[in-house]
Design a protein around this ligand. Sequence first.
Ligand SMILES: [Zn+2]
Length: 48
Amino acid sequence: MNALEQYVCTECGYNMAGYLPDNCPFSEASKDKFITSQEFTTPHSRGR
Ligand SMILES: [Zn+2]
């Protein structure tokens, strides 16, 4: 079981689950402006 990858547009904050568009439907940002939710929620405490 793997959870759906979520993509967040860094331009407008639009969030997509399981699908990375070529361009954001709202801000028309290219897909390299999208980050995954894993990158979005970068853990601050690593190690300790
Ligand atoms: Zn956008």
